[in-house]
Each structure stands twice: as C-alpha cells, then as structure tokens.
Write a protein of this length. Structure first.
Length: 142
C-alpha cells in the first residue's frame, strides 16, 4: 500500500446506542485529517452515519471497512442480522420498520438508505434474509 492509501476496519454492535455514531465520526475525522475535500467528507460522513445507525438499529453486528485510494473513498459494511426481505421497499423514502422506542429517539424517518444512495457515486446493497446485509458505498475523488 502506498503512502496515499489507507485501509481501516471498524466493528459496530447492534443495539449499542451508547456508542452509535462513533465509527462515522472517526471516519469523518480521518478523512478531514487526510485533507480530503470538505464536501466529499460530508457526503461520506452522511452515508456512513446512516449505514452505522442501521446496523445499531436492525442488525446484530457488522464490520465496516474504509479504504481511501488516490481515486476513491470506499466503504463496505457487512452485517450479521435479519437481512432485508424486500430491498425495493426498504429503499423507498419514508419506509421504516423502526420501533416506537427508536422513533422516540428521533430515528425511523425512513430516509437512511435513500440518503446513502444520494450521497454515493456508486451504491450497492445485497441482503440475505436470516443472514445479513452488505452495503458498498463509493465516492470518487477524481
Ligand atoms: N442493516 C440492516 N439490516 C436489516 N434491515 C435493515 C438494515 N438497514 C435497513 N433495514 C431496513 O430498511 C428500512 C429502511 O431503512 P432506512 O432507509 O435507513 O430507514 P430507517 O432507518 O429510518 O428505518 C429499515 O426500517 C429496516 O426495515
Ligand atoms: Mg436508517
């Protein structure tokens, strides 16, 4: 790996509301520290925050990897969890299965996945019910 490349892995725990947001804050600080353009840092921070919160709310655990090369920022999240039975439905703005308790904490607007897609240059989501969900998020640097 050359000097201007970076790869880091983070663990996210389901239901861990006390630490929720720490991984995406860490990513934001890392990218800022590398001198990445603020508008791109912001897009990655929004996408990674929404992905992190979905793990906290809906999954059991996940590994997130951040990779930065001269041409892109890549985030891959692979979780163990219930999976998503209907991805088309989950991608719709306003669709949420958040509980009353989560809604009282201010979550469950159903805008997370659409926001990830909007902020990414490339976005893919794959899910297997009863196994888990994988997200791939790319923001181009060049
Ligand atoms: N990692 C995940 N594992 C299981 N289900 C998920 C995951 N991420 C999203 N979902 C499902 O997709 C729905 C929509 O997600 P999202 O757009 O982020 O909205 P919200 O988080 O506000 O519910 C969630 O309510 C949930 O049913
Ligand atoms: Mg969400």
């Amino acid at each position: 790996m050359s000097q201007d490349e970076l790869e880091r892995a983070y663990e996210i725990l389901g239901r861990d509301f006390a630490n929720a947001g720490r991984v995406s804050t860490g990513i934001k600080d890392t990218l800022k520290g590398m001198g990445i353009r603020p508008d791109l840092v912001r897009r990655v921070a929004i996408a990674s925050y929404e992905a992190e919160m979905n793990v906290v709310m809906y999954a059991t655990s996940a590994t997130l990897t951040l990779r930065v090369t001269p041409s892109l920022i890549a985030i891959d999240i692979s979780d163990k969890g219930p999976g998503i039975p209907d991805i088309g439905l989950a991608m719709q703005e306003g669709y949420s299965t958040a509980t009353q308790e989560m809604r009282e904490l201010g979550f469950g607007a159903g805008m997370g996945l659409p926001n990830i897609k909007r902020n990414a240059d490339e976005f893919t989501i794959d899910s297997a019910v009863g196994e888990g969900t994988k997200l791939s998020i790319r923001v181009r640097l060049d």
